[in-house]
Design a protein around this ligand. Structure first.
Ligand code: KG4
Ligand code: ZN
Length: 340
């Protein structure tokens, strides 16, 4: 425990959410996210529109985060920001803002890796959530990421599996688009899956070796399947929507659980922490819970607001790096392909 009060202001702008959070000694005081609705009309994130929206949102979002935390910027100990990975135009907005603010206030600047942040979100001080013990496996699943990472300590992490093409969230969203669902389709597929038969239709699982994933073939399989059925019955989608959603979700869950089983076997680590927007999926949560009895693993799910893109997760990494005196130089650059 520190006797000093360490206030971190964190900024996240890697994709389509402009977010700011204030943390005091590991506890969140405010966590503000401005989600950009503009992309819904396009069925996916449009990078140029995202960076413009970040420019509009960043000042009011940071302002709100400070107000809600009830502090003045002069009390801040450091500014943490997402350096990457993400969309370059989006990252540049947060990076330049963080640099100027840290320079103006003459306090340390701390660069954060977005993927590490999804994992370390489990270490935000929260009363009702248990933290995973080291070493553990982290599975980060969202619209932009699909990774399994072996986490030996806060900053010693090794990616042991990842997607070679689409992210799992894209598998949900693109399949949903084929079915005429809105963007992002993940939550709607989840809702409908509860009303349908998961074994109504069979989709073959991709054959990717080891712990890597592939979802682009899955999306094509759904496309061909839908096209073929609609030729036979033009009302096929409407008449079977819940069953199709349940079958898609069932297949995706199977793919994720198979890889986790293999990962626990290969590493002999049985603590599994999940993060990313797709970890909101009720079927995945249930399958992970069932695995506790079936496969003897223990699962950790952070508070919902810390699973999707947010700045609270950037703040915890900022705080941990602050304690180590691990600061960034003023000439640090955003990096769209930053690795763990
Ligand atoms: O972490 P996130 O908010 O943003 C990034 O992509 O980084 O994740 C968004 C993704 C979308 O693909 C969305 O469809 C998916 O998470 N998602 C879900 C659910 N809620 C969100 N997928 C399946 N089931 C859900 N309940
Ligand atoms: Zn993310």
């Amino acid at each position: 425990m520190t006797s000093q009060n360490i206030y971190i202001l964190a900024i996240e702008s890697s994709c389509d959410d402009t977010a700011a959070a204030v943390m005091l000694n590991g506890k969140i005081l405010s966590n503000i996210v401005a989600s950009q609705k503009i992309h819904e009309a396009y069925g996916g994130v449009v990078p140029e529109l995202a960076s413009r929206a970040h420019q509009q949102n960043i000042v009011p979002v940071v302002d709100q985060a400070l107000k809600k935390a009830g502090i003045d910027k002069s009390q801040l100990s450091a500014i943490a920001f997402t350096r990457g990975p993400g969309l370059m135009g989006s990252l540049l907005v947060g990076t330049s803002f963080a640099k100027s603010l840290a320079f103006g206030l003459d306090i340390p600047l701390i660069d954060v890796n977005h993927m590490q942040a999804h994992i370390l979100a489990h270490f935000i001080e929260e009363t009702d959530f248990k933290k995973p013990p080291f070493p553990f496996l982290a599975m980060t699943i969202s619209g932009g990421h699909t990774q399994i990472v072996r986490v030996d300590s806060y900053f010693k992490m090794v990616v042991i599996g990842e997607t070679i093409d689409d992210a799992v969230g894209e598998a949900f969203d693109k399949s949903g688009k084929l079915l005429g669902l809105g963007y992002p389709a993940g939550p709607e597929i989840d809702r409908r899956a509860k009303l349908g038969n998961p074994k109504a239709f069979a989709f073959t699982k991709p054959k990717v070796g080891g712990l890597n994933f592939s979802f682009s073939g899955f999306k094509t399989a759904v496309l061909y399947f839908v096209q073929k059925q609609v030729k036979l019955n033009p009302n096929f989608i409407e008449e079977n929507l819940n069953d199709i959603c349940a079958s898609i979700q069932y297949t995706i869950i199977g793919i994720l659980i198979d890889k986790l089983k293999l990962a626990t076997k290969q590493t002999d680590i049985k603590h599994i922490a999940i993060g990313g927007g797709v970890s909101a999926n009720s079927g995945i949560r249930q399958a992970l819970k069932d695995g506790e009895h079936k496969f003897g693993w223990t699962t950790y799910v952070p508070k919902f607001e810390y699973t999707t893109d947010n700045a609270a997760m950037i703040a915890i990494v900022g705080y941990l790096k602050f304690l180590e005196g691990d600061y960034a130089a003023q000439n640090v650059m955003a990096s769209s392909r930053l690795k763990i």
